[in-house]
Write a protein that binds this ligand. Structure first.
Ligand code: HPA
Length: 267
C-alpha cells in the first residue's frame, strides 16, 4: 500500500495557522535555529524510526519549537543518496512530517553557484529543479504525478515580499539535484549551465517530489556556498561549504522570522 496522499491543500502557512511548518536545515544551518525558541518536542531520527545520517554536519534530530508563535519542526540533518540510501529512504522524513500534519515544507541546502551573476554567501529561492539523480521516491507509485508547480507560487510571493521588506538579497533560480558524493567536474558544470541550472547540490529534489505527491506546499532555498568547480579558481572543500553555510545562516534566519511573522494572506 502506498502512503502517499493525493490531496491538494492549496493552503500556505498563512492560511493554515495551526498546522505545523517544517524546515529542513542543510549543511551549516542546523545550529542556527532552535536556541532561543521554546522546545516542545525533540527526537532523534533513530528514535523516530527514520534512517540516520552518517555525514558530519547532518546529525539527525527533529525538534518541534514555537517559532514566531507558530509550531515549527526543525529537521536538523537529512540522509542522502550518496550515503547509500535509496530514494524512498531519503524522503522518509517528509512522510513522517506529513503524517504529523505538516502542510508546508521549507527545504534548505548548500549549493554550488553556477550563475555568474550570483555570488557565494547569497541565498537563492528555487523556482524549479532538474532532478538529475536518476531516481525518484515515487518509483512504485503513485505514478505520473504532476510536477509543473513543485515550488509554491504563493510561498514564492510571500518570501520575495519578506526579503524586500528586510532588504535582503534573495536570488531566484533553477536547482540541479545530482547524486554526488563527489563535486562536479568543470565539464559537468558547463553542462549544467547549458541545461539552465543556476545552482547545483546533492539533496532537495527528491524531498520536494515526495512532498508534492503528498500535497504539501513546498519552498526551497539554496545557500550558495561556493562557485561551482571550474568557475571557482580553488578546489572545493566540504568544511568550507559548511563554514560558508554558517556565515550566511543569519540572513536566512532573519528572512524566515520576517515571513513567519508576516500578515495572513487574504482567504
Ligand atoms: N556541488 C554540489 N553540491 C554542493 C556544492 C557544489 O559545488 N556546494 C555545496 N553543495
Amino acid at each position: 500500500m502506498s502512503d502517499h496522499g493525493n490531496q491538494e491543500t492549496g493552503a500556505g502557512p498563512t492560511s493554515a495557522t495551526s498546522a505545523p511548518i517544517a524546515i529542513v536545515l542543510g549543511s551549516g544551518l542546523r545550529h542556527v535555529f532552535g536556541h532561543s525558541e521554546r522546545v516542545l518536542e525533540d527526537i532523534s531520527f533513530t528514535d523516530a524510526g527514520l534512517p540516520a545520517s552518517t555525514v558530519p554536519g547532518h546529525d539527525g534530530r527533529l525538534t518541534l519549537v514555537e517559532f514566531a508563535g507558530r509550531p515549527v519542526w526543525l529537521v536538523r540533518g537529512r540522509v542522502h543518496l550518496y550515503e547509500g540510501h535509496d530514494a524512498r529512504a531519503t524522503t522518509a522524513t517528509v512522510r513522517w512530517l506529513a503524517a504529523r500534519g505538516v502542510r508546508t515544507l521549507i527545504l534548505t541546502n548548500a549549493a554550488g553557484c553556477l550563475n555568474p551573476a550570483f555570488a557565494p554567501g547569497e541565498w537563492m529561492m528555487l523556482t524549479d529543479h532538474l532532478n538529475l539523480t536518476g531516481t525518484s521516491p515515487l518509483i512504485g507509485g503513485p505514478h505520473f504525478h504532476d510536477m509543473s508547480r513543485v515550488y509554491s507560487p504563493q510561498l514564492h510571493r510571500e518570501f520575495i515580499d519578506s526579503a524586500f521588506t528586510r532588504g535582503l538579497v534573495l536570488r531566484e533560480g533553477v536547482y540541479a539535484g545530482v547524486t554526488g558524493p563527489q563535486y562536479e567536474t568543470p565539464a559537468e558544470v558547463r553542462m549544467l549551465r547549458l541545461l539552465g541550472a543556476d545552482a547545483v547540490g546533492m539533496s532537495t529534489v527528491l524531498e520536494a517530489i515526495e512532498a508534492r505527491a503528498l500535497g504539501l506546499e513546498v519552498a526551497a532555498f539554496s545557500c550558495l556556498t561556493n562557485m561551482a568547480a571550474g568557475i571557482s579558481p580553488t578546489p572545493l572543500d566540504h568544511s568550507e561549504v559548511v563554514a560558508a553555510g554558517q556565515a550566511a545562516a543569519g540572513a536566512f534566519c532573519d528572512l524566515l522570522r520576517e515571513w513567519l511573522a508576516g500578515p495572513p494572506a487574504a482567504a
